[in-house]
Ligand binder design. Structure first.
Ligand SMILES: [Zn+2]
Length: 210
């Protein structure tokens, strides 16, 4: 049983490590975006409510997001544990999870320097069709400008220019700082310094979990 919260800036490699942790420990990889898409498709009561929010372009409240996550974490799929990717996003959400008695064994913060993040994010290209993300320097597609999976054209993401990235990082820092403190005060926080080497970083993550 392993219940992990993974925190990290955009470009920290959080998504990659969530996937690796999920495979390593045979635990469910819980990403908010995917759960919200699933719940809308389920056409349940909650699904209809969420679908209305999304249709009207409204933000889903912390309360509803936490309710959805809580349901997921207590479902059968999560009985071996889970890794939460990018959640909680706010201190309110962290507190709500606690109210719902969601158990956490560790909150791992992947710290990556701003210069590395900028290097990673400025090289990103994404497939319009399937959403696959590549990096022209670090993880290039086999053929320049073409998606390996579906063969469609790759595009540079609009929000991946340097000032926009710096702005996103500032917003992220403001949001994550109180969450980091929250878990630090509970003795659950583990910090890993992300390098430009996925396996090396992953080994560090496994080490802090021991
Ligand atoms: Zn594709």
């Amino acid at each position: 049983m392993m219940r992990i919260i993974l925190l990290g800036a955009p470009g920290s490699g959080k998504g990659t490590h969530a996937e690796k942790l999920s495979k390593h420990f045979f635990i469910e990889n819980v990403s908010t975006g995917k759960i919200i898409r699933d719940i809308i498709e389920s056409k349940s009561e909650l699904g209809k409510l969420v679908s209305d929010f999304v249709k009207n372009g409204e933000l889903i409240s912390d309360n509803i997001v936490c309710k959805i996550i809580n349901e997921k974490l207590k479902s059968d799929k999560c009985k071996n544990g889970y890794v939460l990717d990018g959640f909680p996003r706010t201190l309110q959400q962290a507190r709500k999870l606690e109210e719902f008695e969601v158990k956490v064994d560790a909150a791992i913060l992947i710290e990556v320097s701003e210069s590395i993040i900028i290097e990673r994010l400025t090289g990103r290209v994404q497939c319009k069709e399937c959403g696959n993300v590549y990096n022209v320097k670090l993880n290039p597609p086999k053929v320049v400008g073409i998606c390996d999976t579906c063969g469609k054209n790759l595009i540079i993401r609009d929000d991946d220019n340097v000032p926009a990235i710096q702005n996103r990082l500032r917003i992220y820092q403001l949001q994550v700082a109180p969450i980091v403190d929250f878990y630090k005060n509970k003795n659950l926080l583990k910090v890993v310094y992300g390098k430009n080497n996925i396996e090396g970083t992953f080994t560090d993550i496994l080490n802090v979990l021991e």
